[in-house]
Ligand binder design. Structure first.
Ligand code: SAM
Ligand code: SF4
Length: 344
């Protein structure tokens, strides 16, 4: 048993988390806040109404629920949001969770961030055992970056990237491909990212949450991104699969990797190893479905973890076989919740 886990959470006590389709759940993405210092056009509206503080899991509750998952065999935790680094004392959570890395119960503690606060936090993250992180960046043009994020300062993100790399953190860049917005930068971004030793993944825009603009106008299939890249570079397919929706190619000219995340296709559901926890403690077993389990209630109504563990087991037994996006439905987004709440 790991010394840092209470006996009720000892791994193997109940076995790992295996869903009805035999998939082992080893990866938890956890949103620690719905707030953000940016307002990316595809993610948030200009005047977002954020959740009242009492609805959010406290940092202690976040530690408790993450530790419960680690106790049940989760090997990888990704902290996300909203912007995780705007949550007050989020470093306290990282420090606390790093004990599971030290004990060997956890393989990886990582985060997805917009990078605006990395210049301040990169050394602390590295000290907590974070080895790599994803930074979302959709344009290398300062004006365009400001337009997409409605307020972002590209130079600040660049300082963040410098700080992360100086702290020894491996950085992967995530860029949402937006037709007519950043599609002319696809090749430039590859050359830039690989020149700095960073992988780059393109993401298809997903129909999540209400935002002002019709997302169909910006939708760019990654087949189009890939075709553009194939005419500029020599691409070779890589077998790397992470249990997630990304596929990878190697770019011969740069030596780097490019990933493609096409969440709207069903091709990765068979190997899905992940679940997502919102900042309010709702556990979503599938990004594309509305079904969720209320782990906050399980924690707030009981001091011990038996109820929480039972709620987790029950939720995993309901993990669906696959997801259900409908991007063609123009009138309403397929899912009403925003990515910033669910955790991207
Ligand atoms: N604030 C952090 C960031 O931007 O990296 C973490 C949270 S953000 C919701 C996580 C990822 O989701 C980002 O890479 C963002 O571009 C992506 N995202 C947000 N809304 C999306 C949408 N509607 N479709 C596709 N990706 C989206
Ligand atoms: Fe904030 Fe990330 Fe959403 Fe942009 S994508 S608004 S940075 S949460």
């Amino acid at each position: 048993m790991h010394p840092d886990l209470p006996s009720s959470l000892a791994p193997g006590r109940r076995g790992g988390l295996v869903d009805p389709f035999g998939r082992r759940v080893t990866y938890l993405r956890v949103s620690v806040t719905d707030r953000c210092d940016l307002r990316c056009v595809y993610c948030m509206s200009e005047d977002m109404a954020f959740l009242p503080k009492r609805d959010l899991l406290t940092l202690e509750e976040l530690d408790r629920v993450c530790s419960a998952f680690v106790g049940r065999g989760v090997r990888k935790l990704r902290v996300t949001g909203g912007e995780p680094l705007v949550r007050r004392d989020v470093m306290g959570l990282f420090r606390s969770l790093s004990r599971h890395l030290a004990s060997g119960a956890l393989d990886e503690l990582t985060l997805t961030t917009n990078g605006t606060l990395l210049d301040r936090f990169a050394p602390d993250l590295a000290a907590c055992g974070v080895r790599r992180l994803n930074v979302s960046l959709d344009s290398l043009d300062p004006e365009r970056f400001r337009r997409i994020t409605r307020r972002g300062d590209l130079a600040q993100v660049m300082r963040g990237l410098d700080a992360a790399q100086a702290a020894g953190l491996a950085v992967k860049i995530n860029a949402v491909a937006l037709k007519g917005v950043n599609d002319d930068e696809i090749e430039t971004m590859v050359t830039w990212a690989h020149g700095r030793g960073m992988d780059l993944t393109f993401i298809e825009v997903m129909p999540l949450g209400e935002v002002e603009r019709d997302r169909m106008d910006q939708f760019m299939p990654l087949t189009a991104v890939r075709a553009r890249l194939a005419s500029a570079f020599t691409l070779s397919e890589l077998p790397d699969r992470t249990g997630g929706p990304a596929r990878y190619v190697r770019v011969a000219e740069t030596g780097g990797r490019v990933g493609f995340i096409t969440p709207l296709t069903h091709n990765f559901c068979e190997s899905c190893n992940r679940v997502r926890l919102t900042c309010t403690g709702q556990l979503f077993m599938c990004l594309g479905q509305e079904d969720a389990a209320d782990l906050r209630a399980a924690m707030r109504t009981s001091e011990g973890d038996e109820k929480l563990l039972a709620a987790i087991d029950e939720a995993i037994s309901r993990k669906p076989k696959g997801h259900d996006f409908v991007i063609a439905r123009r009138a309403a987004p397929a899912l009403s919740r925003h990515m910033s709440v669910t955790g991207g």
